[in-house]
Design a protein around this ligand. Structure first.
Ligand code: OGA
Ligand code: MN
Length: 291
């Protein structure tokens, strides 16, 4: 079976990879083709995989250094590189983080060094619900009116877990003083330059609370407007999971959002490997306005 990359949307945002070893032990040429497809399409879908945790870790590591999620509470026993998402329990104890990722975001946007990419594999999924929606933030930036681009170019937004933790995670305990010290607010460029291809993406998300140089109310209104643009239907790909699926996404030029499912009836268990990132790079005013 030959490797094929098939776009999932008319714009080419997201693509499905077929004709590939289901354990993802790829020869160099195939790996390079997959990596290139990832940079082109930003989201890659694989179906019918049969990876062990070791194989998932080994494949992800070829894309860059891995990030280990801390605290280690939801990392797979013996494989701290794998972060478990979902409501699965073992011996009456949660093995994964419940209701992770409800609300559009990119992974690590509330940290000084956000994660470059994430690779999420479905181990067990509900028969209905629990889809993941991906948004194309290169297209979103491109779609902004020129005046808005000019207004935002060169500016940063403040992302605050401290302000919004209880809003996004009402079911989790409040942050302790120590956790607050560990996750101080961070400022990131709104027009973000991709380090691999110099394309500009709109970098905003559910932890953004303020825009540099703007009054608070003006900033929050603009953040809401920008999110509305990013989540227009034409910029989205919605993934309905089957066991054996895995999705690789680039956090530098996409957002994603978990959707709900009946947690009383069904179990959802996902294994995520996460790529270490770099400090986001601000696009020049000229590049941002032209993009
Ligand atoms: C994540 C995430 C969404 C989902 O793993 O980073 O946001 O649908 N997951 O599980
Ligand atoms: Mn996420």
């Amino acid at each position: 079976m030959a490797l094929a990359i098939t776009p999932l949307t008319p714009s080419g945002f997201g693509a499905e990879v077929t004709g590939i070893d289901p354990t993802l032990q790829l020869d160099e040429e195939t790996f390079r083709a997959v990596e290139q497809a990832w940079h082109d399409h930003a989201v890659l879908v694989f179906r019918d995989l049969a990876m062990t945790p070791e194989q998932q870790i080994a494949f992800t590591r070829r894309l860059g250094p891995l990030h280990i999620m801390v605290p280690l509470q939801y990392n797979l026993d013996g494989h701290p590189e794998i972060f478990v998402v979902g409501n699965a329990e073992e011996g009456g104890k949660a093995v994964g983080m419940r209701r992770a990722g409800m609300g559009f975001h990119s992974d690590g946007e509330d940290k000084a060094i956000p994660n470059a990419g994430s690779f999420l594999a479905a181990v067990q999924v509900p028969p209905e619900g629990g889809d993941t929606i991906f948004a194309d933030t290169r297209a979103a930036w491109h779609a902004l009116p020129r005046e808005t681009k000019a207004r935002l170019a060169g500016r940063r937004a403040r992302f605050s877990r401290i302000t919004l933790h209880h809003v996004h995670y009402p079911h989790l305990p409040a942050l302790t003083d120590e956790q607050k010290r560990d996750r101080p607010d961070v400022w990131h460029p709104i027009a973000r330059l991709h380090p691999r291809n110099s394309r500009v993406a709109l970098y905003i998300g559910r932890w953004a609370v303020e825009i540099e140089g703007m009054a608070e109310a003006e900033g929050t209104a603009l953040i809401a407007e920008l999110c509305d643009v990013a989540h227009r239907p034409e910029f989205l790909y919605r993934h309905s999971w089957r066991p054996g699926d895995a999705v690789l996404w680039d956090n530098r030029c996409t957002q994603h959002c978990a959707t709900s499912f009946d947690e009383e009836r069904y179990t959802r268990r996902m294994h995520r490997t996460t790529l270490e990132g770099e400090a986001p790079v601000l696009a020049s005013v000229a590049a941002a306005v032209a993009a």
